[in-house]
Design a protein around this ligand. Structure first.
Ligand SMILES: Cc1cc2nc3c(=O)[nH]c(=O)nc-3n(C[C@H](O)[C@H](O)[C@H](O)COP(=O)(O)OP(=O)(O)OC[C@H]3O[C@@H](n4cnc5c(N)ncnc54)[C@H](O)[C@@H]3O)c2cc1C
Length: 396
C-alpha cells in the first residue's frame, strides 16, 4: 500500500500529529513507524508527567504559544477520553536573595503569557500551600497539573486504530530515499512508500533528518534526568508540585518535587550528559554516539560555558547526599533515607554549531518532509498543538 503521510516516531508528538491529520482529513492514509514494540517508549514514557501552564517561555515563542494552546487541548482530550488528570497547581519558590529578581521576572512573564490567578506568596503564605517547603518568597500557579503521558499515548493509539491508521511497531528506520514522486522508507526490513514524511523521532530526529538529506545544522544532545522517589511514609512532605527558580541560561527547570498521577512523589530530574541517546543508566555507553556528541563544535562551546554547573550535576548524579542537599533547599527536613532511587529519562535537546542549546521548538520543512527537530519539555503538554501545526503544514 502507498501512504499519503508516514510518521516516524510513536511518541506523543507523532501520535498527536497523526490524530490531527485524521481529524482534518479522515481519508488520508497514515502510517506510523516506530522501532519499539509499543508507543511512548522513550521521552513520552519517561518524564515528570506535568501539564505545564506556559509560565516559563518567552512570550510569542513556539514554546509559549503551543504550551498554552496545547494545555487546553490536552485537558479537553483527557476530559473527552476519560484519561485521569489533576489540575493541582504548583508553587515556585526562591530559596536565596539572589533568586528573588528571577522569581519576580518569572511572575511577570507568566502574566505576559496570559496566566490568570498567579499569586505572590511570602514565606508564611508558601506554607499554606506546601507546609514543609521553606522559601524566602514564591508564587502559586493554579493552572499546572499532572497526567500520565503513557496513558494519554495509549488512548491516542486506540483512537488512531479506530481511524484505520496503520502502525508499524518494532520497525527501525534505517534508510530513506526521496524521489520526485514519493518517499521510500526502509524500516525493519520492509520498504514503505509515502507521498510525505513527518519526522517525530525525538532523540534520533537529527539522524532521520540527515537520512532525508536535510542538514538543519543541529545535533541532538542527550541529557539524562534522574529521579528519586519519596518513601511512602514521607509523601506527606509534598502536597502537589514544588519547583525551584530555574537557571535562566538553561532549558531545564531544576530539580523539583512532583506528585505523580499514577501515585507517589518524585524528586528530580537532574541533567547530566547521557553517554548514549537512549542511555537510561549511568553504565549505558555507546562510544560512537558519545564521540559524535563530544566532537560537535556546539557541544564543545556548551562545555566551556557550563562546565561548573555540569560538574555539580555530575557530582549530584553519583552522590545521594549531594542530591539530598540540593532538595533540602526546598524541603529542609528531607534526609537521604527518605529517598529511594527512581527511574530516569533522557531529554532530546538540540544544540546548534555555535553552542546554543535551542530554547524553542524547531520544525524544519523540506520537499516532502517535515522534521520536528527540537521538541523537549513542554512538548508533551504542547503535543496536540504542535500536532495541529504540523498537520496543517502537511495538508497544505
Ligand atoms: C526527564 C524528562 C522530563 C520531562 N518532563 C516533562 C513534563 O513534565 N511535561 C512536559 O510537557 N514535557 C516533559 N518532558 C518532555 C517530553 O517528555 C517530550 O518533549 C516529549 O515526550 C517528546 O515527544 P516526542 O514524541 O517528540 O519524542 P519521543 O517520546 O522520544 O518519541 C520519539 C519516538 O521515535 C522513535 N524513533 C527514534 N528513532 C527511530 C528510528 N530510527 N526508527 C523508528 N522509530 C524511531 C523512538 O522509538 C520514540 O518512540 C520531559 C522529558 C524528559 C526526558
Amino acid at each position: 500500500m502507498k501512504y499519503d503521510i508516514a510518521i516516524i516516531g510513536a511518541g506523543i508528538v507523532g501520535l498527536a500529529t497523526a490524530l490531527k491529520i485524521k481529524e482534518k482529513s479522515p481519508d488520508k492514509k497514515v502510517l506510523i513507524i516506530d522501532k519499539e514494540n509499543d508507543v511512548a517508549a522513550h521521552q513520552t514514557g519517561h518524564n515528570s508527567g506535568v501539564i505545564h501552564s506556559g509560565l516559563y517561555y518567552k512570550p510569542g515563542s513556539l514554546k509559549a504559544t503551543n504550551c498554552i494552546t496545547g494545555y487546553k487541548m490536552l485537558v479537553d482530550f483527557c476530559e473527552k477520553n476519560e484519561v485521569p488528570y489533576d489540575i493541582c497547581g504548583k508553587v515556585v519558590v526562591a530559596t536565596s536573595k539572589e533568586e528573588i529578581p528571577v522569581l519576580n521576572g518569572l511572575f511577570t512573564r507568566g502574566i505576559a503569557n496570559g496566566l490568570d490567578g498567579l499569586k505572590m506568596l511570602d514565606k508564611d503564605e508558601i506554607k499554606e500551600y506546601e507546609p514543609h517547603v521553606a522559601g524566602l518568597e514564591g508564587f502559586w500557579v493554579p493552572q499546572t497539573g499532572i497526567v500520565d503521558y503513557s496513558v494519554v499515548s495509549q488512548k491516542m493509539k486506540t483512537l488512531l486504530k479506530q481511524t484505520d491508521t496503520i502502525f508499524a511497531l518494532g520497525s527501525k528506520v534505517t534508510n530513506i530515499k526521496i524521489t520526485s514522486t514519493e518517499v521510500n522508507i526502509i524500516a525493519g526490513g520492509e520498504e514503505y512508500q509515502s507521498a510525505q514524511l513527518i519526522n517525530c523521532a525525538g532523540l534520533h530526529s537529527d539522524k532521520i533528518a540527515e537520512m532525508t538529506g536535510d542538514n538543519p545544522g543541529i545535533k541532538i544532545i542527550p541529557f539524562r534526568g534522574e529521579y528519586y522517589t519519596l518513601k511512602p511514609e514521607k509523601e506527606y512532605l509534598v502536597k502537589n508540585l514544588v519547583y525551584p527558580v530555574p537557571d535562566v541560561e538553561l532549558p531545564f527547570l531544576g530539580v523539583h518535587f512532583t506528585r505523580m498521577q499514577r501515585g507517589g512523589v518524585e524528586a528530580g530530574p537532574n541533567a547530566v550528559l547521557a553517554y548514549k541517546r537512549e542511555g537510561y543508566k549511568k553504565t549505558d555507553i555507546s562510544l560512537p554516539e558519545l564521540f559524535e556528541t563530544l566532537a560537535w563544535p556546539g557541544f564543545q562551546k556548551v562545555i566551556k560555558s557550563f562546565w561548573k554547573m555540569g560538574m555539580g550535576e555530575f557530582y549530584r548524579s553519583y552522590s545521594k547526599s549531594a542530591f539530598t542537599k540540593a532538595l533540602q533547599k526546598l524541603i529542609p527536613e528531607i534526609v537521604a533515607d527518605d529517598l529511594v532511587k527512581g527511574a530516569s529519562g533522557v531529554r532530546a535537546q538540540a544544540c546548534d554549531r555555535d553552542g546554543g542549546l535551542l530554547d524553542d521548538f524547531l520544525i524544519h520543512q523540506t520537499d516532502r518532509v517535515i522534521n520536528v527537530l527540537n521538541a523537549p519539555s513542554p512538548a508533551a503538554t504542547s503535543a496536540l498543538s504542535i500536532g495541529e501545526s504540523v498537520a496543517a503544514l502537511a495538508l497544505k
